[in-house]
Write a protein that binds this ligand. Structure first.
Ligand code: BGC
Length: 402
């Protein structure tokens, strides 16, 4: 059976500034990589200079949209100075996308922060709200004619978890109380930014949201099944749905931005109320990062999201595999799950593969390859991966066989 997607369905891929642009010397990650002796982002895939070539490739691959982010630290390299050149760069980038028929979806903050902001205390300090709002007002006013879909934050809970609870990402804290303080300011600033962006657009069309990472949490069934089952239920409530409930109850999202990748096995742990079970006894399809690939999970989550009665865009879904067959298998299986949910009345408006190009995978460096397009690290030459042509066909036909 062939499932046709709605005529205005958005097909594209997602990227983020720090992971692709290169040379973001003013961002917190730049200093963190050095301090922790991590593999450095360096020139990344030089997207900053090659965005025209890359948007042409996206177009060639059947996209009609691209989700990207702006680097706050480029626009505000210091607390008081605006770098007008960087703003002009982003304006040109958005014009180029529009000219090529690619609708831009713009994220204001995809994890990375200006280094000066972190030195001032970052999200923990109440001032953080004013600094971020200053940036929001400036860029939205300047770029409003070129983009109509905005995200304030990418995956706030993933950021808090990695940066404040387990200390794996900057600022590298392991403190629940600091994490809660930071989260409180992020929630506050989302609400303010949501209203401010709407005010700036006035009567003009504009949609505002944030992207939410969701996972399937399954109990580890080897030991303590009863307890693990309860913990999996609890983590699902807290991690997947607490923010959604908050934002939807307060009418602070125009649609839901869903990032979905995998399933995680939960077992009794000493951190908070559970931990990921990493023992080797779980079998199944794992990608190069060891994530359990579970395409049915996308369908399950979409069905659960129906209750919010908001349109949904799948803002990230993708994998890093060792061979083309597995990329293709992942792509088909997830788009089939999406098609099944659409058939059951879930209002999905778009699908974005993570990522257009191979890129810097945070503390994991460059060894994982999420791109529809492979990038040769030394020369920056781009090579389209074969499975990307399968995606192109789906995008262009706006349909899939299930
Ligand atoms: C993040 C990306 C990241 C991807 C793969 C997403 O949750 O938004 O920045 O590269 O996952 O790990």
């Amino acid at each position: 059976m062939v499932v046709n997607f709605p005529p205005d369905f958005l097909w594209g891929s997602s990227i983020s500034s720090y992971q692709l642009e290169g040379n973001n010397f003013k961002s917190d990650w730049y200093f963190y990589e050095k301090e922790k002796h991590l593999e450095e982002a360096g020139q990344a895939v030089d997207y900053y200079n090659r965005f025209r070539e890359d948007s042409s490739l996206a177009k060639e691959l059947g996209h009609n949209a691209l989700r990207l982010s702006l680097e706050w630290a480029r626009i505000y390299p210091t607390k008081h100075d605006i770098d007008e050149e960087s703003l002009k760069h982003y304006k040109n980038l958005l014009i180029d996308l529009n000219d090529k028929g690619l609708k831009p979806l713009v994220t204001l903050n995809h994890f990375t922060l200006p280094f000066w902001f972190v030195k001032e205390g970052g999200w923990v300090k109440p001032d953080s709200v004013d600094y971020f709002m200053k940036y929001v007002v400036k860029v939205v006013k300047d770029l409003k004619s070129y983009a109509h879909i905005w995200f304030t934050f990418n995956e706030p809970l993933v950021y808090i978890y990695n940066g404040f609870l387990i200390g794996r990402w900057p600022p590298g804290y392991k403190s629940l109380s600091l994490g809660l303080k930071a989260l409180k300011n992020i929630l506050k600033v989302h609400s303010l930014a949501y209203r401010e962006i709407k005010r700036i657009y006035g009567e003009d069309l504009c949609l505002v949201s944030l992207t939410k990472h969701m996972r399937i949490f399954s109990p580890c069934y080897y030991f303590n099944f009863g307890q693990n089952n309860f913990l999996a239920f609890l983590i699902d409530r807290v991690f997947n749905f607490s923010l959604m409930d908050f934002f939807c109850n307060h009418k602070l999202l125009d649609f839901i931005g869903l990032n979905y990748y995998c399933k995680e096995y939960v077992s009794v742990g000493n951190f908070l109320f559970g931990k990921e079970c990493k023992l080797p006894h779980h079998e199944g399809w794992k990608n190069t990062l060891g994530w359990f690939i579970f395409p049915e999970g996308l369908y399950e989550i979409l069905i659960k999201l129906k209750r919010y009665k908001l349109p949904i865009i799948i803002t990230e879904n993708g994998t890093s595999e060792l061979n083309n067959a597995d990329y293709a298998r992942f792509l088909y299986a997830h788009i089939r799950s999406l098609a099944k949910a659409l058939n059951e009345g879930v209002n999905v408006k778009g699908y974005f593969w993570w990522s257009l190009l191979d890129n810097f995978e945070w503390d994991e460096g460059y060894k994982h390859k999420f791109g529809l397009i492979e990038v040769e690290r030394r020369t920056f030459v781009r090579y389209i991966r074969p499975f990307a042509f399968i995606y192109k066909k789906i995008c262009e036909e706006n349909a899939i066989e299930i």
